[in-house]
Design a protein. Structure first.
Length: 630
């Protein structure tokens, strides 16, 4: 609803007109076209050039890797309404490839989701760099998830027809774009680049109207340079150019260990299924000799035989049953065992079997999404390496690509907490971080006073829950439920906890006030979080997201800054294999362990120092032959 209402404020564009386009699939005419375009750029002085590729997959919906597919055609647009398409036939010519490469390398490259296009062009023209990305520009203007695809924006913002309708009959069911008749594919590609050009013009103008850049709104960080929406877009493009290398390189998987782990999980799951069947067999006097725990129908039938009627067997229902059933009786034993079985089965399917299914040449190649969240963190897909569980046995699958290499992980210590200390100007937290003392012991001593003991693990667990809950606005009920504590006890401790860090409490109240008054949240990188629609039903969720937004996004973008700078500097020394929110994982030769470790620490500390010197940022370094050892 909010998106529809906002359409009345969108920049008005000229009525849609079909682009004038021509395809060049013969080498001679393609050479002539590229020579003409080269001269046109020289004469006009306009070096902006939209490019878009077509391979076997669709960039807006697939999270696969284009460099693993045949290049079908390459579209170019150099001014509004003009497009040329270089077909695969022409690309077989060395002359065509040479002229196209020199053109691409001197142009200011524009694309929609350009990381996809440049990765697809890598086998032909490696190390191209993106200058403008219309998908990232739209994300800078509207950070809400969904609606960033080229086809959606072409229809919604430009009034273009749904020009992909013509190709759907050829690619339905996941079929390759190679099935599309060439003339139709070339037209589709030409429309892609023409629409991308139009979006480039629209979004460039809209970013130029940024209220902060125009001086109509106050910049909230007086000691830092003002960052406009265009600055934010440019930062995202810089990150895109470097993240492409992580995607292209991938990370090695120990296939032999993956096989062993898979067999171990299968044995464990079989044993658990036998145990569940024994419970069912006993409880029903042999009327149900065996049960399939993956069958909701069979699970409901067994529970019904025990006097328990449920409409669903999802996690929420089973957790509620687990809390109220007697764990020593068959029904309680079964529900508890079923929850454990599902937990292990999901881990196996996602993190063991799922990784094996995505192997290519002994590696997995994730996709990093700069536009995938509203929280400001990177997202990862196919597989999601940002969400690999902290289980050493599972992480051990990811190993160095050569026996003489080693992984180095550089991880910011309590990065979000340090950001909160800076934003709130909380002296108590600042003193802890500056002293280098154990954070949770210091907070525990402030909270529990004379009752605190460093040997009391329960107190430490609670302090951790309260501290990490700062970034999420967690309330007493949520923490009490997770740790099985009385709500009244947690509420009392939370009030005492915030009394030790009063500036943090005041900062959180100020964030809530600003959001409810309709103000945007702005990070020192120029990133925005706008809450266009707040209702009584969504108010609490909005406020929790607001509290988490700045700490999460700033910590993530500090780490991303370090990645942008480090990746080129590590050329010849090592490869960044992973970035996980506030950490970087690099693979290098064992002999370079100390050198690369110091580079990581220095660059990561500097990236944080440029944002704030109110509190120091510390970096933990660990190393090992596989991810599980880090």
């Amino acid at each position: 609803m909010a998106a529809d209402i906002e359409k009345v404020t969108h920049r008005q564009v000229a009525p849609w007109q079909e682009p004038k386009w021509q395809a060049f699939d013969e080498p001679l005419v393609a050479v002539q076209f590229l020579d003409w375009l080269w001269k046109w750029q020289d004469i006009t002085g306009h070096y902006e050039l939209v490019t878009d590729i077509e391979v076997g997959i669709e960039k807006d919906t697939s999270f696969d890797h284009p460099n693993m597919y045949e290049m079908l055609c390459i579209g170019l647009c150099w001014e509004k309404g003009a497009a040329g398409v270089i077909g695969s036939g022409a690309l077989e010519s060395a002359q065509v490839r040479g002229r196209l490469e020199r053109l691409l390398r001197r142009s200011r490259l524009i694309a929609h989701n350009g990381k996809f296009d440049l990765a697809g062009l890598w086998p032909l023209f490696p190390r191209l760099e993106l200058w403008f990305d219309t998908m990232l520009a739209h994300y800078a203007l509207d950070e809400r998830s969904g609606g960033h695809g080229l086809k959606v924006l072409s229809v919604e913002r430009l009034g273009a027809p749904q020009y992909d309708d013509e190709i759907k009959q050829y690619v339905s069911g996941g079929r390759s774009y190679a099935n599309i008749p060439r003339e139709l594919l070339f037209k589709y590609n030409a429309y892609d680049v023409a629409c991308t050009w139009d979006l480039y013009e629209v979004f460039t103008a809209e970013m130029a109207e940024d209220p902060i850049g125009c001086g109509k709104k106050e910049w909230p960080y007086p000691n830092l340079p003002v960052k406009t929406l265009r600055d934010w877009h440019d930062f995202l493009v810089s990150a895109s150019n470097q993240l492409m290398f992580l995607e292209l390189n991938g990370i090695a998987v120990d296939v032999e260990y993956n096989t062993q782990l898979s067999l171990a999980y299968v044995r464990k799951l079989n044993e658990m299924e036998d145990s569940l069947s024994d419970i069912v067999n006993f409880a029903t006097d042999g009327q149900i000799p065996r049960i399939n725990p993956r069958s909701p129908k069979q699970v409901k039938e067994f529970l019904y035989s025990q006097g328990i009627k449920v409409e669903k067997t999802d996690k929420e229902v089973l957790n509620a049953l687990d809390e109220r059933l007697n764990p020593t009786l068959p029904a309680g034993m079964f529900v508890n065992g079923l929850l454990v079985h599902r937990f292990e089965a999901k881990r196996y399917g996602t993190f063991v079997k799922g990784i094996r299914q995505r192997l290519y040449g002994g590696r997995v190649f994730t996709n990093y999404l700069l536009h995938g969240t509203t929280s400001g963190r990177l997202a990862s897909r196919n597989p999601n390496l940002q969400n690999i569980v902290r289980d050493k046995a599972i992480r051990r699958q990811f190993a160095v690509s050569r026996s003489e290499n080693i992984f180095i992980q550089a991880d910011y210590k309590q990065a979000e907490g340090r950001v909160i200390a800076w934003l709130s100007r909380d002296e108590f937290l600042r003193n802890i971080f500056e002293s280098g003392e154990d954070l949770f012991n210091s907070l525990g001593a402030g909270l529990y006073k004379e009752r605190f003991s460093t040997e009391n693990k329960e107190q430490r667990v609670r302090v951790k829950a309260y501290f990490y809950g700062l970034s999420y606005g967690r309330e007493a009920y949520s923490i009490a439920k997770e740790y099985k504590l009385p709500v009244s006890t947690v509420q009392r401790d939370l009030e005492a906890f915030f009394a030790t860090i009063p500036q943090v409490a005041e900062w959180q109240l100020e964030i809530k006030r600003r959001v409810l008054e309709g103000h945007d949240l702005i990070s020192p990188f120029g990133r925005r979080r706008r809450f266009a629609l707040i209702t009584e039903q969504t108010k609490q969720d909005v406020l929790k997201e607001a509290l988490s937004y700045l700490p999460q996004s700033i910590a993530s973008d500090i780490c991303l800054t370090a990645l942008i700078r480090l990746r080129p500097k590590l050329r010849g020394l090592g490869f960044i294999r992973l970035t996980i929110h506030d950490a970087l994982v690099v693979e290098c030769h064992e002999s370079r362990l100390e050198q690369v470790s110091e580079m990581l620490r220095a660059e990561m500390v500097q990236a944080a120092r440029e944002i704030t010197e109110y509190v120091p940022f510390a970096v933990d370094i660990s190393h090992g032959k596989n991810w599980g050892e880090l």
